[in-house]
Design a binder for this molecule. Structure first.
Ligand code: ATP
Ligand code: MG
Ligand code: MG
Length: 352
């Protein structure tokens, strides 16, 4: 059989490896952490820095194709992978790991992000507030996830109280949204694109807490325009694999938030709720196989993240026979840490 290399060792890598195993592939995980939940379900594990070109070259020698589950993998050292194809492409990684590059790129394709301003120096926050106004959010351009590296600015005086963190930073206007949603697509090697139904996403403290299928009518009305943009992004990057774009549904239509060049937390419901999951279709795409259907196999689904709770505390969700529990095998249940998720299928139209 052939071997799929996965850069990153988190739960997304774990679920990708499980889907790959079903299709008969062997997975080799590459991650800097000594304990990683993706390696636990994979045949091989290289523990090394993402900057270690010798280790990357040795990893590539064992792989037929390489993918990534973590969007902050440094791009330059990936040249060490040589001729082994990297799917999704490095360019997608490069753009998605910098909020400025991401917003510029999507704007050029006709998308509308919130108004944004890059800070050039320490005094940049005042300039940004002057240009964009308040309320707004100051964000690190790189390395942020789960709402980390973000500071909400309610009024201009908030800027005086904030010790401005190190550059590079971006300031964006606060979007008055009616709802949040995501578009997840998969693009095959031959350019064919399929979309899953868009989930409506609720966040708490910057972390995704719940994804609901179907989304509200307000969201559904904005999905076609959002899909058009997502398809343009995928085509422009000659993308292969699963690609996610997050949106705010507003009175003026869909406002682009950010993109992730990978499978996404808001698509975990597809494991039980769609004919083919995001994980399986990502594996199919990067291996050059035909894509599976992305349609719903049930009228609806609700996915809840299990954040900061121990496995034992999660088990009672199984009292509901429509619930599917996923635990990621992470040791310590720290605050804000995603330990697992539960998907409840809505099996009959019009009931919950
Ligand atoms: P992820 O884990 O999704 O990668 P992240 O750390 O990259 O998260 P964002 O998606 O930028 O963070 O923001 C997290 C959440 O904070 C958003 O889903 C939204 O609820 C809120 N948020 C972020 N930016 C804005 C904005 N400009 N206006 C209103 N709300 C915002
Ligand atoms: Mg993000
Ligand atoms: Mg986000």
């Amino acid at each position: 059989g052939s071997t799929i290399g996965i850069l990153g060792g988190g739960q997304l890598g774990r679920m990708l490896a499980m889907a790959a195993a079903q299709l008969g592939y062997r997975c080799h995980i590459y991650a800097p952490e000594d304990h990683c939940v993706a390696a636990e379900v994979s045949a091989a594990f290289t523990q090394a820095s993402y900057e270690d070109e010798a280790a990357l070259a040795a990893f590539a020698a064992d792989c037929d194709v390489v993918t990534y589950e973590f969007e902050n993998v440094p791009v330059a050292p990936l040249a060490a992978l040589g001729d082994v194809p990297l799917r999704a492409p490095a360019r997608a990684l490069e753009i998605a790991q910098d909020r400025l590059a991401e917003k510029d790129f999507v704007s050029e394709l006709g998308g509308s992000p919130a108004p944004y301003f890059t800070l050039e120096d320490e005094a940049g926050l005042c300039a940004a507030i002057e240009k964009i106004g308040t309320p707004g959010i100051l964000k690190t351009r790189r390395d942020g996830y789960d709402g980390k590296g973000q500071w909400r600015i309610k009024r201009p005086s908030d800027a005086d109280e904030l010790t401005v963190p190190p550059l590079p930073l971006i300031y964006e206007g606060f979007v008055k949204f009616e709802a949040e949603f995501s578009v997840i697509l998969v693009r095959a090697l031959d350019g064919h694109i399929r979309f899953w139904d868009s989930a409506q996403n609720d966040h708490s403290g910057g972390i995704l807490s719940r994804s609901t299928i179907p989304a509200s009518d307000t969201v559904l009305a904005q999905v076609p325009e959002a899909r058009k943009l997502a398809a343009k992004v995928a085509q422009a990057l000659d993308y292969v694999g699963a690609l996610t774009l997050e949106f705010f549904a507003t009175a003026d239509g869909p406002v682009f938030n950010e993109m992730a060049p990978r499978v996404h937390n808001s698509g975990h419901w597809t494991i039980e709720g769609a004919t083919t999951s995001q994980f399986e279709n990502h594996i199919r795409a990067i291996c050059g196989l035909p894509l599976g259907d992305c349609g719903l196999r049930v009228p609806g689904a609700v996915m809840d993240n299990l954040i900061g709770t121990t496995a034992e505390e999660c088990l009672p969700v199984l009292d509901d026979p429509s619930a599917h529990l996923h635990l990621y095998g992470k040791g310590e249940a720290r605050e804000g840490r995603k330990m697992g998720h539960v998907t409840r299928l809505i099996l009959h139209e019009g009931t919950e």
